[in-house]
Design a binder for this molecule. Structure first.
Ligand code: ADP
Ligand code: ADP
Length: 226
């Protein structure tokens, strides 16, 4: 599951100095289990597109459907990872990962086991009882990824999750993310400034134009086996 269909999507912000067009009449279909990267200059509408798919913002017109179902708000089938880790500083790493599971009504023991298994997946089992401030940037971002994965969304929406990290850490997390994706196929929508990162990660790279809100080109990176 988790095919995303975007049709005629537009977003206009009412600004103090007039309207800002963030997306204009955008069409895009993301195949199930596909890893798509979106690149483009600052201000071209990448985050707006992600936020609308995530149900965090409303479109001015047009529609987004996930598996044929119209997106009207946030939903548990769509997990979001932001650039800034957005971890609770007063909660341990384990409790941070458990948080989303608690919201979904899982019992205490099940929550703990699931959170631990996803921490293990990102190589942070030994840091379960640490607090975010004790971790490096890369480690915090891994916690954020574990937290998103733990609730087992069909779709992962990632807004420059590695943007704040140094090159070496970024390369490590790219590798980890790809390995995770190959193991637990998910539809991934990943925003980046870094064209190299896009080509490493994506099956298709969506290039958005400096003229806001337009898709300029879609490049197939991985040609799937027949
Ligand atoms: P990107 O993620 O590609 O940098 P954004 O989606 O953040 O682009 O922004 C697209 C355009 O919409 C930009 O011109 C930006 O200034 C504008 N914009 C984004 N959010 C708002 C907002 N809340 N109010 C007004 N304008 C906004
Ligand atoms: P990352 O690549 O996740 O950003 P670093 O390069 O900062 O991690 O650190 C490399 C390794 O050093 C980590 O995988 C971890 O095992 C260890 N490490 C980093 N920060 C800490 C810390 N605050 N306490 C204990 N070990 C740490």
């Amino acid at each position: 599951p988790a095919k995303i269909e975007i049709n005629g999507l537009s977003k206009v912000y009412k600004g103090r100095n007039g309207d800002v067009i963030a997306l204009q009449n955008t069409d895009l279909t993301i195949r199930q289990n596909e890893f798509v990267c979106v690149v483009g200059p600052s201000g071209c509408g990448k985050t707006t597109l992600l936020n609308i798919i995530g149900g965090l913002e409303k479109a001015t017109s047009g529609s987004v459907k996930v598996d044929g179902k119209e997106v009207t708000g946030p939903g548990k089938e769509r997990g979001v990872v932001f650039q800034q880790y957005a971890l609770f500083p007063w909660k341990t790493v384990l409790k941070n990962v458990e948080f989303g599971l608690k919201l979904r009504g899982l019992g205490k023991q099940e929550r703990k086991e699931k959170a631990e298994s996803y921490l293990e997946m990102v190589g942070l089992k030994d840091f379960a009882d640490s607090y975010p401030k004790e971790l490096s940037g890369g480690m915090k971002q891994r916690v954020a990824i574990a937290r998103a994965y733990a609730v087992q969304p069909e779709v992962l929406l990632m807004d420059e999750p590695f943007g704040a990290l140094d090159a070496q850490t970024r390369a490590q997390l790219q590798e980890d993310l790809l390995r995770t994706w190959q193991k637990e196929k998910k539809t991934c929508f990943f925003i980046t400034h870094d064209v190299e990162e896009a080509v490493i990660l994506a099956q298709r790279v969506i290039i958005m134009s400096a003229r806001p809100g337009r898709i300029k080109e879609i490049i197939e990176v991985d040609i799937p086996y027949p």
